[in-house]
Write a new protein. Structure first.
Length: 115
């Protein structure tokens, strides 16, 4: 299993970023996918989840209405569209899949929201 995130960077408050996570080594379309984030000094938190078909999504309250998770099963890729970014969104963002009771993670991509 390999998960490779990309798309992070430095953005001003109110700006937008689109994260991507390219997956390989498993049948992507069979599994729900998640985005987590971890800010300095804080625990890793679940940000968004999408079902295997993309028909169901869930978000942590702090990002509802601002972030959108989506997936392209033809490209084995999951996305996180982030709008109206706030300084408190600054964190390393990870994609994750649970497969056979094991969690797999990417290397993470840094998102920094600052003037």
């Amino acid at each position: 299993v390999q998960l490779v995130e990309s798309g992070g960077g430095l953005v001003q408050p109110g700006g937008s970023l689109r994260l991507s996570c390219a997956a390989s080594g498993f049948t992507f379309s069979n599994y729900a996918m998640s985005w987590y984030r971890q800010a300095p000094g804080k625990e890793r938190e679940l940000v968004a989840v999408i079902s295997s078909t993309g028909g169901s999504t869930n978000y942590v309250d702090s990002v509802k209405g601002r972030f959108t998770i989506s997936r392209d099963n033809g490209k084995n890729t999951v996305y996180l569209e982030m709008n109206s970014l706030k300084p408190e969104d600054t964190a390393v963002y990870y994609c994750q899949v649970r497969r056979y009771w094991s969690d797999y993670w990417g290397q993470g991509t840094q998102v920094t929201v600052s003037l």
